[in-house]
Design a protein around this ligand. Sequence first.
Ligand code: HEC
Length: 190
Amino acid sequence: MKDKSIFFSALLLLTSLLFSCQDSFTTNSPPPPVTVSDADLLALTAAPGFAFYKNAPDTLPFTLNGGGHNNSFIRVRFNAKAQSVLTDGGKLPVGGRFPDSALIVKDIYTAKGGTLLATAIMLRLPAAANADANGWVWGEYNSASASNPPAPASQKGSQCTACHSTTAASSPVSGDTGNRDYVRTFGLRP
Ligand code: HEC
């Protein structure tokens, strides 16, 4: 009798193990991570629904000379997903985090009102194979072309994240209150 119950318990354990394994192979296994290509990342910047920072469409001088783009002018814009968390007077609140699929674009111009020189992009997509440790996919492209990018998405922001981690204490710009979720505009601009 005792042997029988041990046998049945063992059988039960085995079947439940088998089912749980099968379960994890069929329903619970995460989908393989996607890699965001340069062409895809750049194409996302042409979608509708963007709004400029504080809704100001003017090209503004880049805050830092020596910050990658000397003497250039920029416009920063947010897709609808990113706009949804700009609740602190047009900024992400301190300690806030952008949701998945939030997209932030810095269009870089040679002169005020001049031609587009380059496009720098941050896409929040932690599930992507080429996201950095904080879930951002980074890329920078010349003249809206995905070929020969100065910073391909495969680099996982290796040229970008150190500068974008700048805090109030480490910033060379006086009055900079530091990055918010690796975005610098909020700390540098009113
Ligand atoms: C040397 C510093 C520095 C480096 C390197 C740098 N950035 Fe930035 N980035 C800035 C600053 C400063 C701003 C804010 C713009 C302003 O107010 O002038 C900015 C703004 C941006 C924005 C708009 C959102 C925000 O943070 O305000 C994006 C998108 C962006 N950068 C992408 C990139 C990408 C992609 C790279 C790497 C290829 C990169 N940046 C490298 C300093 C840097």
